[in-house]
Design a protein around this ligand. Structure first.
Ligand SMILES: Nc1ncnc2c1ncn2[C@@H]1O[C@H](COP(=O)(O)OP(=O)(O)OP(=O)(O)O)[C@@H](O)[C@H]1O
Length: 499
């Protein structure tokens, strides 16, 4: 438990807890002001309409969405999920306007918003494509609104969202800007691989910064940004951010942010045991909210994705890939197909191969310039090309609703990456389809893959079972080999990440 659990605030919380011992766990008269953390001026008050919801309806929502809330502070009341947009605090607020495009909050939004609104640190774990961006994004902007009378000093942002890849940083920025700009809140996006000039300029007036770690650390080191005023920190794709390749950068970046006044949110679809303890170093008494059941050693795939695993010989992969693309193209020429490779050189080779067969194809991997990476993504999103060949740089977070099928040409290094890769389809309640070409070279992953398939109610082919069901212990730092500059046959040593 963190330091703050020994404070008088915590003692008071425990007293309150004793007093409330006999009251319902999911109280209908609790509000965020009772919570231990009173950081936001615009504290969370549960709306009257939410109070009016029957306990049976609340229980049924939590149960049917398999929402689990765990609070390290004993006895704290669990805030009711915001099941409908009508339950939002200060419902008429301009900040909520863009939500009108949606019918209701997703389950992760419903469960995490009350705690984030009330200033608590939150770890949110929910399947891919379940709306986690707004899960952390809306409370971020609401907090920025509450701090609006405190002017943002030049180059001193009040909120920072850190994310592993440049494309994802850009996507989150574009998403949040729709909500932020009508409110006059300036957001900017910071990532490596491009010149700094525009970033220096934008930082001067930005209240919210979405960034990849390397460039943020770089700008911080040269004094172009001061993180001493940050009140809201997000580690998106939190397990990746705490993994070895990024952990040191994150430590250095977060080390300069104030602890006592900072609220921290970590969101992800996969939460391996190896990083769970590390999260404690960056949070204070975080509430852990999982949607879809308690986090286990095995990551959970989105159950709306039909997962097909084909076991074949390595030399048959390309022929099979062509067959798959042909079948998909005949079905619908509009649907997008995302093809994953493990290594940059492999991605280049597969892209050229597909192109030589007459397909409109683009690529995303670390050997391409940033402007080429953005061009490929834009062409894929617009439909100018319908096939995108990528390394795991595109595995996390990217939200392209037209992606109907993911094909894994080579299995990723971790089972978490597999879950994220296939999660590029089946987003926001849609169905998806993932085909994995599995060869003898991937046999160390068979046990973990079988568990993921079983947990999602998918067929497990006999040919996969024959490789065995043992699950290898995960090593901290297993991610990231997709940036390695090697061919698939050799093992490499140097791992570098997006900056
Ligand atoms: N309340 C909602 N109702 C319907 N759709 C929503 C809602 N909130 C967000 N979405 C949409 O759902 C899609 C997926 O959201 P988002 O990218 O935030 O998912 P995610 O959980 O972060 O996924 P990943 O784990 O892959 O990063 C987006 O297109 C987003 O606009």
């Amino acid at each position: 438990m963190s330091k703050r659990s020994n404070t008088s605030e915590h003692k008071q919380a425990r007293k309150r807890a004793k007093r409330d011992e006999n009251s319902a766990k999911y109280s209908d008269d609790s509000d965020g002001q009772k919570n231990e953390k009173k950081k936001s001026k615009k504290a969370y008050r549960q709306s009257e309409s939410l109070k009016a919801v029957s306990q049976a309806d609340i229980d049924s929502f939590l149960e049917s969405n398999k929402i689990e809330v765990s609070d390290p502070i004993e006895g704290e009341q669990i805030l009711r999920p915001i099941i409908s947009f009508e339950h939002l605090p200060d419902e008429g607020d301009a900040i909520y306007k863009p939500l009108r495009n949606f019918r209701a909050p997703t389950s992760v939004q419903a469960a995490t918003w009350p705690f984030l609104f009330s200033g608590r640190d939150v770890i949110g774990i929910a399947e891919t494509g379940s709306g986690k961006t707004l899960g952390f994004g809306l409370p971020c902007l609401r907090k920025m609104v509450s701090l609006k009378n405190k002017k943002t000093k030049p180059s001193c942002p009040k909120a920072v969202i850190i994310t592993p890849t440049r494309e994802l940083a850009m996507q989150i920025h574009e998403h949040l800007e729709k909500y932020a700009s009508p409110l006059g809140i300036k957001t900017t996006c910071i990532f490596g691989g491009v010149k700094k000039d525009d970033q220096w300029e934008a930082l001067k007036s930005a209240t919210v910064v979405v960034a990849t770690p390397g460039r943020l650390k770089d700008l911080q080191g040269e004094g172009s940004v001061n993180l001493g005023k940050v009140k809201y920190l997000v580690l998106d794709e939190a397990d990746r951010m705490l993994d070895k390749g990024f952990e040191q950068d994150i430590k250095e970046i977060v080390g300069t942010m104030p602890v006592s006044k900072r609220q921290t949110a970590m969101f992800t679809a996969t939460w391996p045991v190896a990083v769970q303890n590390l999260a404690k170093n960056f949070t204070q008494n975080p509430i852990t909210i999982t949607v879809g059941g308690k986090p286990s050693a095995d990551p959970r795939a989105n159950t709306r994705i039909k997962q097909v695993v084909e076991v074949l010989s390595p030399r048959d992969k390309e022929t099979r890939l062509l067959q798959i693309l042909g079948q998909l193209q005949r079905k619908s020429s509009e649907d997008r197909v995302l093809v994953f490779c493990l290594y940059k050189k492999e991605a280049t080779r597969i892209e050229r191969f597909i192109q030589s067969k007459g397909y409109q194809v683009a690529g995303i991997h670390g050997d391409l310039s940033q402007s080429d990476r953005f061009k490929s993504l834009a062409a894929f999103k617009s439909g100018a090309v319908t096939v995108l060949v990528a390394t795991d740089v595109a595995a996390r977070g990217l939200d392209i609703p037209e992606v109907k099928t993911v094909v894994n040409v080579t299995f990723p290094l971790t089972i978490e990456d597999y879950v994220h890769r296939i999660g590029r389809t089946g987003r926001a309640g849609a169905d998806g389809h993932a085909i994995t070409l599995f060869t003898e070279n991937d046999k160390t992953h068979s046990g973990a893959l079988i568990n993921v398939l079983k947990a999602a109610g998918q067929d497990v082919p006999e040919s996969l079972l024959k490789f065995g069901t043992t699950v290898k212990k995960k090593q901290h730092g297993a991610y990231g080999a997709f940036f390695k500059d090697v061919d698939t046959a050799k093992s490499a040593t140097k791992i570098t990440f997006d900056d």
